[in-house]
Ligand binder design. Structure first.
Ligand SMILES: NC(=O)c1ccc[n+]([C@@H]2O[C@H](COP(=O)([O-])OP(=O)(O)OC[C@H]3O[C@@H](n4cnc5c(N)ncnc54)[C@H](OP(=O)(O)O)[C@@H]3O)[C@@H](O)[C@H]2O)c1
Length: 264
């Protein structure tokens, strides 16, 4: 039976942005289903939690079927579930990059494909894709994450043109840094060291960062200061480091007002 109130489905509602979004939608008068890989059908703060792993076709179709059976409709889908990866691009293995794309991009597409037929049948709906400032701004040492968010941008904008005449709009949200558990769930450099190697073998991130002039992507850098760790989220890199943007800094094109390394 269809619910009287509009129904919103928020992926990755167990923490951070998704948790707050689900709460805000409850306050705005929605029946809200939130998802987590650990959910067991409980209701917390007005949000009904159902299990979902966006990397699984079966999990996605089972979730959407359950929501339709229980609530009869889906008016808003918030594709929020996402994971990060920090490290020099060459240090993130292809397997790690595939995982990131599976969650951030293909997971979002799986959810969208499962929900669209229902929205089309209703003649209306909103799909809100949580992108990032990294969806339109380059960010050294987060290249894979940024690539996933650029993909989200292109997909979302194109899809919006496909479905808007059917009463459905696809929107993007592009947050800057927010204090959430995101960093704890972020992939680091491939621990096997297999992703990046030179003649001497594996090249851990600090070495990559402190190798000015070795790589064509680091231009004429000459005065880099080795750093023990990547700059924390929102933290300025050490002066003169390859990521400082100063002398010897990154050759990445920076636009006025854009964010620095470590910022997503
Ligand atoms: N925090 C920031 O600074 C920031 C900035 C820009 C954009 N964003 C974006 O905001 C979104 C949320 O990030 P957050 O900061 O709130 O991070 P978070 O607190 O780590 O939350 C991530 C959520 O994604 C879910 N998730 C992870 N893998 C999943 C999978 N395979 N299937 C289903 N759900 C999965 C997690 O749920 P379970 O582990 O419970 O399954 C969790 O609820 C992400 O898309 C992120 O890229 C964040």
């Amino acid at each position: 039976m269809a619910a009287n109130r509009p129904v919103a489905l928020v992926t990755g509602a167990s923490s951070g942005v998704g948790k707050e979004t689900a709460r805000a939608l409850v306050d705005a008068g929605f029946d809200v289903v939130g998802t987590s890989r650990k959910a067991a059908g409980d209701t917390t703060g007005g949000v009904t939690f159902l299990p979902l792993d966006v990397t699984s076709d079966d999990s996605v179709s089972s979730l959407v079927q359950q929501v339709i059976e229980r609530f009869g409709r889906i008016d808003v889908l918030v594709n929020n579930a996402g994971v990060g990866a920090n490290g020099a691009a060459e240090e993130i293995s292809v397997a790690q990059a595939q995982y990131l794309f599976d969650v951030n991009v293909f997971g979002l597409m799986r959810m969208t494909n499962a929900v669209l037929p229902h929205m089309r049948g209703q003649g209306r709906g909103r799909i809100i894709n949580v992108s990032s400032v990294g969806g339109f701004v380059p960010n050294p040492f987060m290249a894979i994450y940024v690539a996933t968010k650029h993909a989200v941008e292109g997909y979302s904008e194109s899809l919006d043109h496909e479905v808007r005449e059917q009463g459905i709009r696809v929107l993007r949200v592009q947050p800057g840094p927010i204090n959430t558990p995101f960093d704890q769930n972020t992939e680091g450099a491939d621990p096997s060291g297999a992703a990046a190697s030179d003649a001497s073998g594996s090249v851990p991130t600090p070495k990559v960062m402190a190798s000015p002039g070795k790589s064509s992507t680091q231009g004429t850098a000459t005065s880099a200061t080795p750093s023990d760790k990547l700059p924390a989220h929102g933290e300025a890199p050490p002066a003169g480091s390859p990521t400082s943007g100063g002398p010897g800094g990154s050759t990445t094109t920076r636009h006025a007002g854009t964010r620095g390394p470590g910022e997503r």
